[in-house]
Design a protein around this ligand. Structure first.
Ligand SMILES: [Zn+2]
Length: 448
């Protein structure tokens, strides 16, 4: 996934279900002075009968030792003492009785210029803050996926707005969620301007700060259109979360929003192992481009232009033939090993769409495959693996999917782009790298 753009900030949220009471509650206090950090109070019930641990941030996005942002962990109330744990990201909770406890800690902001990897660490400014759940939340070691009632409260400078993947931070946010959702969340607050609206009948909001090449209302309209389009694509209005309208920004938005489904809804833990990044990033990239075309943001010739560029970049890419396990291993340390996953997945998606169209005589497309995959994992509770992808691909008549994954992904052979990748819309006129001549000005049917 791509961190937020550093030139400004835009966040999209959708309302969560409100509940009474809370199993786990947090209060976040920030006075706008980065030197003071964010003071966090976390409250939950302890049980003297069972061992419990407190889990601090550890690793995320290739960053390590993220507990270094956390200091001053102390017990404010309750029958507990904190003791060192077996690892630096763990503390033992020694409880002498049952009941609520309150623990406080301070989160320090990262220092230095805002670069790509810095965005994984807590960012505290005088105008805003940007925090990732995995980088700043300390939690009890409860089961990651079990639903619990959660409350989040914010104490912030006057005029600030708090927004996050779980809702708007007005007063207290209460909802039923999991520790996993809290950790996956993005939490921002600051001098944002808020626009509320409805998308296909569900409340949504966008928050913007800074100056962009568009008005806030234009942005809200843009977001509304994209979110509605992707929900319609997945036939799914249950979206638990959520930037100038120039092409690179638009791409970012389409790509990131697609992750709501791939991989978040295609997996039970919400994430995939690095060996599947070619699918979670590459197929997402393919759809970031295809949906922009289907939604009328780009013409077919624009789309063709992008795909041709992707193919020619991939053809000369240093890591083009890196085996999947090596690409996965270097994913966070070598940007070229990271990017090759995107290229491979995009081109496999292009091929599979053509294969499905051929096998079904134009009745189905990769879009049906994606929706079927989602229904399947929801029904069977399988984890997404190469074997699941292959069996679903075979069901859709993609011949040799297993061999393709073994060669193009596992072994790292160059993906062979099918000559009918664009159906009747473009004719292949070169293979090394692949080149196409446009035969039609629009190609919506092929990608629907
Ligand atoms: Zn991504």
């Amino acid at each position: 996934m791509i961190p937020f753009p550093s030139t400004g900030a835009v966040t999209l949220i959708l309302a969560a279900v409100a509940l009474r009471g809370a199993d786990l509650s947090y209060t976040f206090q920030y006075d706008g002075n980065p030197q003071h950090g964010v003071v966090v109070d976390v409250r939950f019930d302890v049980n003297a009968a069972g061992p419990q641990q407190l889990v601090l941030p550890s690793k995320y996005g290739g960053q390590n030792e993220m507990w270094r942002s956390i200091s001053g962990l102390e017990v404010i109330g309750g029958p507990v003492k904190l003791q060192p744990g077996p690892r630096p990201d763990l503390r033992r909770i020694h409880a002498s009785g049952n009941g609520p406890c309150q623990i406080r800690y301070r989160v320090a902001g990262v220092t230095g210029p805002l670069g790509h990897s810095v965005y994984y660490w807590p960012i505290l400014k005088s105008e805003y803050m940007h925090l990732l759940g995995k980088a700043f939340l300390v939690m009890p070691d409860w089961p990651e996926l079990s639903p619990v009632s959660i409350e989040l409260s914010w104490r912030l400078p006057d005029g600030w707005v708090a927004i996050n993947s779980l809702g708007l931070g007005e007063g207290a946010q209460r909802f039923s969620g999991s520790l996993f959702q809290l950790r996956q969340g993005v939490y921002v607050a600051g001098d944002f301007r808020l626009r509320r609206f409805e998308i296909r009948g569900k409340p949504a909001a966008v928050a913007l700060r800074g100056r962009w090449g568009f008005t806030d209302d234009e942005f809200a309209t843009f977001v509304n259109r994209i979110v509605a389009a992707q929900r319609a694509f997945w036939k799914d209005d249950d979206l638990p979360k959520g930037a100038n309208l120039d092409p690179s920004f638009r791409y970012l938005f389409f790509h990131e929003l697609f992750h709501t489904w791939n991989p978040n809804k295609l997996t039970h833990s919400g994430g995939v192992p690095p060996a599947l990044y070619w699918f979670s990033e590459g197929f997402t990239d393919y759809y970031a481009y295809v949906l922009q075309m289907l939604e009328g943001f780009e013409s077919f010739p624009d789309h063709m232009d992008r795909m041709t560029k992707i193919m020619s970049r991939y053809w000369t890419w240093r890591t083009r033939n890196l085996p999947n396990h090596a690409a996965a291993q270097d994913y966070y340390s070598d940007p070229e090993a990271q990017k090759v996953a995107y290229f491979r997945g995009t081109l496999v998606a292009l091929n599979w769409n053509a294969a499905i169209r051929e096998a079904s005589q134009g009745k189905s497309s990769l879009n049906d495959f994606m929706r079927a995959l989602k229904s399947r994992v929801e029904r069977t509770h399988e984890e997404l693996t190469h074997a699941v992808l292959v069996s679903e691909a075979e069901r859709f008549g993609i011949g040799g999917a297993e061999k393709q994954i073994a060669r193009w992904i596992d072994h790292g052979d160059t993906v062979e782009v099918r000559s009918d990748s664009f159906g009747p819309c473009a004719e292949m006129i070169g293979t090394d790298p692949p080149q196409f001549r446009i035969a039609r000005q629009q190609c919506v049917e092929w990608f629907k």
